[in-house]
Write a protein that binds this ligand. Structure first.
Ligand SMILES: *[C@@H]1O[C@H](CO)[C@@H](O)[C@H](O)[C@H]1NC(C)=O
Ligand SMILES: *[C@@H]1O[C@H](CO)[C@@H](O)[C@H](O)[C@H]1NC(C)=O
Ligand SMILES: *[C@@H]1O[C@H](CO)[C@@H](O)[C@H](O)[C@H]1NC(C)=O
Ligand SMILES: *[C@@H]1O[C@H](CO)[C@@H](O)[C@H](O)[C@H]1NC(C)=O
Ligand SMILES: *[C@@H]1O[C@H](CO)[C@@H](O)[C@H](O)[C@H]1NC(C)=O
Ligand SMILES: *[C@@H]1O[C@H](CO)[C@@H](O)[C@H](O)[C@H]1NC(C)=O
Length: 134
């Protein structure tokens, strides 16, 4: 690459990063690595304060992965929340654990796994620790 193509390359990269930053959910390109989320499954229940995990299928990753660093955000309804459940893990790890944060208990949560792009899990519930109420 000469200087000009390198410049164009970086402009393109930054434009892309700005785009995924502004629209993390809507940008789903089909030629990037979007591993399938295996758990949580539909109807699961997470208890606030409990350690839970997200697992995904890493059986056939492509040779080239644009962004190997993963991040998992919480989604409620169709809106991705500003709640990072886990970050800075390898997208090839296949699983990551974290403590469920104190969010509003509800039955319309899902998670978004970001690496090259974002992939949603099915809908599950987050409930309060009922032992606290006793
Ligand atoms: C739930 O609350 C009880 C009582 O405060 C506590 O002992 C227990 O560790 C809590 N469980 C979780 C998952 O936070
Ligand atoms: C993982 O993906 C592979 C194909 O890429 C498929 O054969 C396999 O069944 C999947 N595993 C699970 C647990 O879904
Ligand atoms: C998101 O969900 C709300 C309420 O269910 C709905 O009104 C809205 O059209 C949905 N937006 C998209 C982009 O699906
Ligand atoms: C997201 O949350 C972080 C802290 O958790 C905060 O610093 C940041 O400003 C928030 N961003 C938005 C867009 O709300
Ligand atoms: C991310 O992980 C790498 C290697 O595991 C580590 O060197 C780096 O400091 C971490 N960065 C952050 C922001 O935690
Ligand atoms: C989680 O990932 C590690 C490698 O990162 C693997 O050794 C372990 O078996 C995985 N556990 C589950 C439950 O998938």
């Amino acid at each position: 690459m000469n200087f000009t193509t390198l410049n164009i390359f970086f402009v393109a990269v930054f434009a892309f990063l700005a785009l995924i930053h502004a629209h993390p959910v809507s940008l789903i390109s089909r030629d990037v690595y979007v591993p399938e989320i295996l758990t949580p499954i539909a109807g699961d229940t997470w208890v606030i304060g409990n350690t839970e995990s997200v697992t995904w299928n890493v059986s056939s990753p492509p040779a080239q992965i644009t962004n190997p660093v993963g991040q998992i955000l919480l989604r409620k309804g169709n809106l991705t929340q500003n709640v990072t459940l886990a970050g800075n893990f390898s997208i090839l790890a296949g699983n990551v654990s974290f403590i469920v944060p104190s969010v509003t208990p509800d039955d319309d949560y899902s998670v978004v796994l970001f690496g090259d792009s974002g992939n949603f899990s099915p809908i599950f519930s987050i409930v309060a620790n009922t032992s606290n109420a006793l």
